[in-house]
Ligand binder design. Structure first.
Ligand code: G
Ligand code: G
Ligand code: MN
Ligand code: NA
Length: 254
């Protein structure tokens, strides 16, 4: 209850910040985009993990205004970096189930794009495989509406939800993000290796972009490169960074 009470006033007190984890294009080695991840700097409790407060935000419905803030802030920052002369990058943001079913989601995102001036193609929304596996007709029509305003859709934590091949084929999406649990065990001939290879091949077949998450070692990177995975994200390259630190990384790359 204490946490919930504090969460209710966190937006007006400006206690949230976004961190950005770089995504690396494995062909060029350059930063191709970032995943925006929320951080809560609570004055009395210090940094509270999203694993603690996102579930409360979902239960209470606070995730809707918080999620809108995340999207607006992520778009704003992306435009600022472009104006500062850095190469075009995409930015992705996590969408919770509650946001996904919200009636005016599409209109709200359109408004954010208009207000910030971000090219819609540079915004990607991550929905988990479990959200994507809800009622098929509803999910497909919602995704079509979202893609109708020009933005992209990624399936997050892919491989953990047991969706069938035929189902994935029907979804209007752009990207598969391989769940980090499959990367941890990339050694010799593990099941996880098989799953990772299969997801990459599946993405290629369906002409989808594929990103590996949780890349921590050179061996994992090499494995992904050999299989022509498009992009990678993980501690090997960088942890999620504050906007200042992310910009320093971009500067170094120039
Ligand atoms: O960022 P971290 O490293 O701690 O993330 C922990 C969890 O919180 C992840 O599952 C991540 O998807 C989720 N998360 C982080 N930021 C957001 C956000 O803005 N919205 C939602 N819905 N989930 C988020
Ligand atoms: O659930 P989602 O995939 O949106 O959240 C991404 C989560 O993964 C965040 O908590 C982020 O901090 C974490 N993360 C990012 N890179 C790595 C990594 O290389 N290893 C591990 N174990 N976690 C990572
Ligand atoms: Mn994610
Ligand atoms: Na994930």
């Amino acid at each position: 209850v204490q946490l919930e009470k504090r969460l209710r006033t966190a937006l007006e007190h400006d206690e949230f910040v976004l961190h950005y984890q770089p995504q690396i294009d494995l062909k060029t080695g350059q930063v191709s985009g970032s995943e925006a991840l929320i951080r809560w700097n609570q004055p009395d409790m210090g940094l509270v993990s999203p694993m603690e407060f996102i579930p409360i935000a979902e239960e209470t419905g606070l995730i809707v205004p918080i999620g809108e803030w995340v999207l607006r802030r992520a778009c704003e920052q992306n435009v600022l970096w472009q104006k500062a002369g850095y190469p075009q990058m995409k930015v992705s943001a996590n969408l919770s189930a509650r946001q996904f079913v919200q009636k005016n989601l599409v209109e709200n995102i359109q408004q954010i794009l208009t207000d910030t001036g971000l090219d819609p193609e540079l915004l990607e929304l991550e929905i988990t495989e479990s959200i994507a596996m809800q009622q098929e007709e509803y999910v497909v029509s919602k995704l079509n509406a979202l893609r109708g305003i020009g933005i992209k859709i990624a399936i997050d934590d892919f491989g953990t939800g047991y969706s069938s091949l035929s189902y994935i084929k029907k979804l209007p999406i752009n990207t598969l993000k391989i769940d980090k649990s499959f990367l941890t065990d990339i050694k010799n001939e593990s099941d996880e290796e098989e799953i990772t290879s299969t997801i990459i091949a599946l993405a290629k077949n369906l002409k989808l972009n594929v990103i590996a998450e949780g890349v921590e070692t050179k061996e994992q990177l090499q494995f992904l490169q050999q299989r022509r995975c498009d992009e990678a994200q993980g501690y090997l390259f960088s942890k999620p960074l504050s906007d200042k630190d992310f910009e320093a990384l971009l500067m170094k790359q120039k």
